[in-house]
Design a protein around this ligand. Structure first.
Ligand code: B12
Ligand code: SF4
Length: 386
């Protein structure tokens, strides 16, 4: 065999061995799928991200615009990267998460947030895989989950974990819409997997399922209308026109994911699947509305919900209370109308304007305290009190 061919064969053997080592490690650590793509595999991403940002679809998530260059091209994020490994972890729920939406006295927490923070779980496992891989390969590695400027979904599509559905999330033939994603960048040369192709066809179940009409077109989302953005990312007052559409969703939303017909093929493949905490499956609003800062931190210890803080969380619960039609919540909402947080006071007024009879609300307004906060004064005005 000539020298060059021998060299190529040796390199191929090394690539094959390293790739199998990595995939075996991923399986051992509980990842349901692990596949590889190359850094230049998403040439359309910069234009699509620019279009999303140009239309203002990112709302107040300024970090998306600030990191756009690095986000849309992995080679800008890390010029030495040779291979990108995408990992998926199945978090398919045991029950249809939409069943709680018909019980307005309970708070609906999206499936991904009903257990430990997946950022911590996945990052911990990725770091273990990365350490073993780096030692074996003698190459540099970096791991990323969610918050890093990496476009995980188009990269995962190129690696063949699934395809980006019309709701923009990654859909897998094996796991439906329920996969968390994470990535490992490395200077190692690995075997590249085949991309997955779009299997949405003419289906538009996810688009029609969205309560707030957040999809201006298939494959495009206006985050400013998405309940996930409104309840998790958005700090200010929520558009009054969208509040009634939020129903009892107090943290995130699963409607478009749950509507996807590919979920019916989803298998519960992982023994290590993140199981929901029983007390986060259907917590009563009457309890959640009584949480103070310490109570909130203790109840949501280890959960991603903790990240939004007590005030924003109670703001969300007050929107659910206003949508509940449950007069039994009037007392707790009245107490919250005197809360130290203006966001909470404002939303308590909105909730009470919907829960009280017109006469009771006029009496309540007559007894109101002096208010100086512009946002809260705006809520009084909205409720017809000047
Ligand atoms: C910002 C963000 C959000 C924002 C914006 C959502 C969005 N779709 O961008 C908000 C707060 C709304 C959000 C909500 C949710 N999120 Co989020 N989010 C992200 C984050 C941090 C960045 C996503 C991003 O880059 N968006 C920018 C847009 C431009 O990129 P894109 O979505 O890939 O858009 C593509 C399409 O529009 C497509 N496209 C455009 N035009 C066209 C035309 C055609 C014909 C085609 C085919 C495609 C196409 O090209 C674009 C580029 O690839 C990622 C983590 C990460 N680092 O990637 C998690 C992530 C996407 N989120 C995730 C999850 C789980 C959720 C929620 C389900 C949480 C919940 N239950 O409440 C919801 C789902 C809402 C939804 N339908 O997207 C998971 C999704 C996992 C998966 N299987 O895909 C991720 C990957 C986090 C993770 N590590 O697991 N999220
Ligand atoms: S998560 Fe809910 S609000 Fe957001 S796009 Fe999907 S269905 Fe619409």
């Amino acid at each position: 065999m000539p020298g060059d061919a021998l060299q190529t064969e040796k390199l191929d053997k090394r690539r094959r061995a390293l790739t199998s080592f990595l995939k075996d490690e991923a399986r051992d650590k509980g990842f349901d799928v692990c596949r590889v793509t190359y850094p230049g595999s998403i040439p359309q991403a910069p234009e699509r991200l620019a279009d999303f940002l140009g239309r203002g679809y990112h709302g107040t998530m300024d970090w998306m615009a600030e990191t756009a260059d690095r986000r849309s091209d992995p080679r800008v994020l890390w010029s030495d990267v040779r291979s990108i490994v995408l990992f998926g972890m199945n978090y398919g729920p045991d029950e249809d998460p939409r069943s709680i939406l018909g019980k307005p006295d309970l708070g609906a927490i999206s499936v991904y947030a009903q257990n430990r923070d997946y950022h911590d779980v996945i990052k911990g496992k990725l770091k273990e895989v990365a350490t073993r891989f780096a030692a074996r390969a003698g190459e540099d590695v970096k791991v990323f989950v969610d918050t890093a400027p990496v476009m995980e979904k188009p990269l995962a599509e190129q690696a063949g974990l699934g395809w980006q559905g019309k709701h923009t999330n990654l859909v897998s033939r094996e796991f439906g819409s329920w996969l968390f994603l994470g990535s490992l960048f490395t200077t190692a040369d690995l075997f590249i997997d085949e991309p997955e192709r779009d299997h949405c066809g003419s289906c538009r179940a996810c688009l029609d399922a969205c309560p707030t009409n957040a999809f201006p077109a298939p494959y495009k989302i206006d985050a400013r209308r998405c309940i996930s953005y409104l309840t998790i990312e958005h700090k200010g007052a929520i558009d009054p026109a969208l509040r009634p559409l939020i129903g009892n969703r107090i943290y995130g939303c699963d409607d478009c994911l749950a509507a996807c017909p590919w979920n019916k093929f989803a298998v519960s493949a992982s023994e290590m699947k993140l199981r929901a905490r029983e007390d986060l499956k259907a917590p009563p609003l009457s309890f959640l509305l009584t949480l103070d800062g310490a109570g909130f931190r203790a109840f949501f210890s280890g959960s991603p919900v903790k990240r939004i803080g007590r005030d924003r969380f109670v703001r969300n619960c007050l929107i659910a209370a206003g949508n509940s039609g449950d007069a039994a919540l009037v007392d707790v909402c009245t107490a919250l109308s005197k809360d130290a947080s203006p966001a909470v006071r404002g939303m308590a007024i909105w909730a009470l304007s919907r829960l009280m009879t017109a006469g009771d609300f006029i009496d309540f307004a007559a007894r109101r305290q002096n208010e100086t906060d512009a946002e809260v004064l705006g809520e009084w005005k909205l409720a017809g009190v000047v």
